[in-house]
Each structure stands twice: as structure tokens, then as C-alpha cells.
Design a protein around this ligand. Structure first.
Ligand SMILES: NC(=O)c1ccc[n+]([C@@H]2O[C@H](COP(=O)([O-])OP(=O)(O)OC[C@H]3O[C@@H](n4cnc5c(N)ncnc54)[C@H](O)[C@@H]3O)[C@@H](O)[C@H]2O)c1
Length: 471
């Protein structure tokens, strides 16, 4: 932070250098060269990594955006206090995980990191600031934040205006999402001060986002819209996954059903692919948060409606493992299973809440010999399964992972897994060789011709079991 305050038009600070704070601020810095953007975090290793070309998170295109602005008007630091003092606008992008203890455990958001940040902003500030909720938070959190920040305001003459500006980026496509977002949502108080703060944030985004895509609302609508958007996206996945179970029972094909219903313009084609289930740090956490809020306001029916989305997701991945075991003659004891993909989705190394965590654990419980491969997520996978690491083999090369395996389970839709040489893989596997395609990315017909027994999601299997010259 060597530049003087006058050198830049505005000073932007982001507290929390994670999957949201890092990419979002890199994009703001790249698009607003007259703003100084500083990203701070208490995690020293993370900050150190942001200062190198080995960034702490993998995201296509991220390094280029960081390199464009780093050292010019984008800075990473562990000095939270200095960052707060200097800032005009502070984004709070700390983690808000599901509470694991006390009241609301397993559902409510754990707001301890967020509250610590609010208190620190208050303690360290020597001038008025706009404080922006970037983290996903329960509805009406801004009210609590404003209370903490502005307590005794008159005595200090410093005012904090709290805005809600939830982040809608999706990991794996974060850079494209940030470059051309469907919308930027800014919620502010309906007061002159609130309107002025909203305008400041609109001006920031208007450096590159078309004005008609910048939506302004009241704070509560903005906070709720983030939870609602994630709930609706996850609900769509669970709806398709629920239908995939019916497809398997009836020999309907979920891709055909998806195409048929998605061509209705009221429904639309996106997010209609069946899979082993959704993962990621947000969907489950945000729906459970929504459920908790509904319960808090006495809306039991609404709460149980949304909770069902999470239940179906759990059911789907359990169903996937059940099918594997049933099809492999009701036992996987001692059988090698090659798990292709551990990230919760393609093009990210993030494994938080990945279905692979649950599938691997259940397979290990069944005493299968599990080998995991993934192009980007092995370090995180090893941490997720640290307690059973001695029962898992890690392998970066999918061909090696398949050697001697009875089955392959595709758990992440990495493009490279669709492009592997499956003739070569079939040669080195135990027979009968099984493929359980938890993402429907493989050409089932082709694999069947090679000799595999193929089990896609939501489709009739293609097997050789029971054939005279069984493979
Ligand atoms: N990951 C996503 O795709 C995504 C998308 C939209 C919204 N969100 C929301 O954004 C928020 C952040 O998510 P994330 O995935 O970036 O989390 P993350 O865990 O990757 O990053 C949060 C960072 O905040 C830091 N932090 C915590 N307390 C701090 C403090 N007092 N001072 C300084 N730093 C502190 C942590 O060390 C961590 O590095 C969450 O509320 C999440 O729900 C995430």
C-alpha cells in the first residue's frame, strides 16, 4: 500500500480473498484502472499465493486478469487494518458456512466471520465508508451490520452505509460471468444516503457492465434474491434428478425428456442435465439457510418445500452408489473402483460438498479399493478424505487409475474424460468392465461396443451381462 491516497480516484477494499473475493476484485481492478483495489485476508498462505502465478484457486482465465492489474492497481495483503483505514468502499467477502453448533446447527448461516469483520471495520475506521455485503447472507443481515457499524454514530461522526451486492458468479466460468454478468444486483436503503451509496457502486460496475444489467432494489430484496436464485437453480437440478430415477425405472431417457421439456420457452434448456447430484459450497448451504429463515418466520410448509431439494440431492448420490453395488453383483469388496473426477464441477479445483466425497466414503465403507483421479482437485480431495487417506489411492493419470479396475465412476464432467481412449482403458481393466457415468458425458453406445457395461444416469443401461459370450 505504498501509493498515496490522492493517486487513485477511489480506494476499494475486499475482506476475504477466496473464490469470490479474489476473482471479483481482480475484475474490478482490471476494468477500473483509476480505482485502487486491495484484497486482504487473515490467511497468509492464501495472500502469498495471490502474489505469485500459482494462484490459490484454479479458474480458467483468472491468471491473465490478475496479471493485468496486479501491482498496478490490484494489491493483496494481510494488513486488514491498514486496508480498512484507506478504503472508501469495503466489500465483505468472508465465508458464511452452515453453522455446526448450537441453535440452528446444520441449517443457519454461521455469521461469526462476518460479525468479526464488521466489528473490525468499525474499530479501524477513521472516515465514513460504504460497506458492501458480497458474501451470501440471511435476509435482514444488513440491518444487524448497520447496527454494529453505526452504534454511537453521533459521537464519532463517521457513517457506514451498508449495501447488499450478492455475487452470482459460478465457479469454472467465473471470469466470463464477471466480464459479462447476466445482472449485477445492488440493494440499498431507500434514503438519500442509501441512494448515494448505491450510485457509487453503480458507477463502479458501469465501467464495464451495461447499465440495463445493473439492477437496484431495496436491501432485503437483494439479500433474498441471492438465496432464491441458488434455491431455484438447485431445485431445477433436483427436479431433473428426481425424474432421472423414474427414467431408469421406465426406460425413458432423461436427455430426451430434458430436450423435450427444455424446448418449451417458459422452461428453457439450461440446467436440465441429470447427474450424480449438485455440490459446491453454496447450493446446499444457501437452501438450508433459506429453510432456517422460513422456519424462523413460522413458514413451516415453505421450509419443508425447499428442504426437499437437499433431500433429493442426497438421495441421488446414494442411489448412484446403490446402483453401482447392485450391478456389480451386490458386492464391491476388494474391487478396484477408479473414480474419475473429484471436483464438484468441471474447470475448478474446488471440492466443497462434492458428490465425490460422499461416493468415495460409501465405496470405502463397502470395502472397495478406491483410486481417485482428477486434473485439478487432488490436493483438495486428499484434505477432504484425510481420515481415510490410507484406504484411497491417488493417481493423476486416468489411464493408470483404470489399470486393474472393475469399474470407472465418472463424478466430474471434465471434458478430457469424454475424450479418453476407452479401447485402451478397456484393455487394462478387469472384466466384466463397468462404467457408471454420473455426469452423462460419455458415448454410451460406443463404450458398449468396446465391451463395457455402461450405466448412465436416467437412461437404460447398456450391458453385456447375461449375453452368451459375456465380456
Ligand atoms: N464460491 C462461490 O462460487 C460463491 C458464489 C457466490 C457467492 N459466494 C459467497 O461468497 C462468500 C465467500 O465465498 P468463497 O467461496 O469466496 O469463500 P472462501 O472460503 O473461499 O473465502 C473466504 C475468505 O475469507 C477469509 N476470512 C474469513 N474471516 C476473515 C476475516 N475476519 N478477515 C479477513 N479475511 C477473513 C478466509 O480466510 C477465506 O480466505 C460466501 O458467503 C459464499 O456463500 C460464493
Amino acid at each position: 500500500m505504498s501509493q498515496t491516497k490522492q493517486a487513485f480516484e477511489k480506494h476499494v477494499l475486499c475482506i476475504g480473498a477466496g473464490y469470490v473475493g479474489g476473482p471479483t476484485m481482480a475484475m474490478i481492478a482490471a476494468k477500473c484502472p483509476t480505482y485502487k483495489v486491495t484484497v486482504v485476508d487473515i490467511n497468509e498462505a492464501r495472500i502469498a499465493a495471490w502474489q505469485t502465478d500459482e494462484l490459490p484457486i484454479y479458474e480458467p482465465g483468472l491468471l491473465e486478469v490478475v496479471q493485468e492489474a496486479r501491482g498496478r492497481n490490484l494489491f493483496f495483503s494481510t494488513d486488514v487494518e491498514a486496508g480498512i483505514k484507506e478504503a472508501d468502499i469495503i466489500f465483505v467477502s468472508v465465508n458464511t458456512p452452515t453453522k455446526t453448533f448450537g441453535r440452528g446447527a446444520g441449517k443457519a448461516a454461521d455469521l461469526q466471520f462476518w460479525e468479526k469483520t464488521a466489528r473490525q471495520i468499525r474499530e479501524c475506521s477513521t472516515s465514513s465508508k460504504i460497506v458492501v455485503e458480497k458474501s451470501t447472507l440471511p435476509v435482514r443481515t444488513a440491518e444487524a451490520m448497520a447496527r454494529i457499524l453505526n452504534w454511537g454514530e453521533k459521537a464519532t461522526d463517521i457513517h457506514f452505509e451498508v449495501l447488499s451486492n450478492p455475487e452470482f458468479l459460478a465457479e469454472g466460468t467465473a471470469i466470463a460471468d464477471l466480464k459479462m454478468p447476466d445482472r449485477v444486483l445492488i440493494g440499498g436503503a431507500e434514503t438519500p444516503r442509501g441512494a448515494a451509496a448505491v450510485q457509487d457502486l453503480v458507477d463502479l460496475y458501469a465501467h464495464w457492465v451495461p447499465r440495463e444489467r445493473i439492477l437496484t432494489t431495496n436491501v432485503w430484496s437483494s439479500e433474498l434474491s441471492k438465496l432464491a436464485a441458488n434455491a431455484m437453480l438447485a431445485q431445477r437440478i433436483s427436479s431433473v434428478n428426481a425424474l432421472s430415477a423414474l427414467c431408469e425405472a421406465t426406460e425413458a431417457d432423461i436427455d430426451e425428456v430434458g430436450r423435450a421439456i427444455g424446448s418449451d420457452s417458459r422452461i428453457g434448456p439450461k440446467f436440465l442435465r441429470a447427474s450424480v447430484g449438485f455440490g459446491g459450497s453454496c447450493f446446499k448451504k444457501d437452501i438450508l439457510n433459506l429453510v432456517y429463515l422460513c422456519e424462523h418466520y413460522g413458514l413451516k410448509e415453505v421450509a419443508s418445500y425447499w428442504e426437499q431439494v437437499v433431500k433429493i440431492n442426497r438421495y441421488q448420490r446414494g442411489r448412484f452408489v446403490d446402483r453401482m453395488i447392485t450391478c456389480m453383483f451386490n458386492t464391491v469388496v476388494g474391487k478396484k473402483v477408479a473414480v474419475f473426477g473429484f471436483a464438484f464441477k468441471a474447470d475448478t479445483g474446488d471440492t466443497r460438498e462434492s458428490p465425490a466425497i460422499y461416493v468415495c466414503r460409501e465405496l470405502v465403507d463397502e470395502r472397495a479399493a478406491v483410486t481417485v483421479t482428477d486434473p485439478k482437485a487432488l490436493p483438495n480431495a486428499k484434505r477432504d478424505l484425510a481420515d481415510i487417506a490410507d484406504q484411497i489411492t491417488w493417481e493423476s493419470d486416468p489411464y493408470k487409475a483404470a489399470e486393474g479396475a472393475h469399474a470407472i465412476a465418472i463424478l466430474t464432467e471434465w471434458k478430457e474424460y469424454a475424450e479418453l481412449n476407452y479401447e485402451r482403458i478397456f484393455e487394462v481393466m478387469e472384466k466384466p468392465a463397468f462404467v457408471f457415468d454420473g455426469r452423462n458425458i460419455l458415448d454410451a453406445e460406443k463404450l458398449h461396443r468396446i465391451g463395457f457395461n455402461v450405466y448412465p444416469i436416467g437412461k437404460a443401461p447398456k450391458t453385456h451381462i447375461g449375453e452368451e459370450s459375456e465380456i
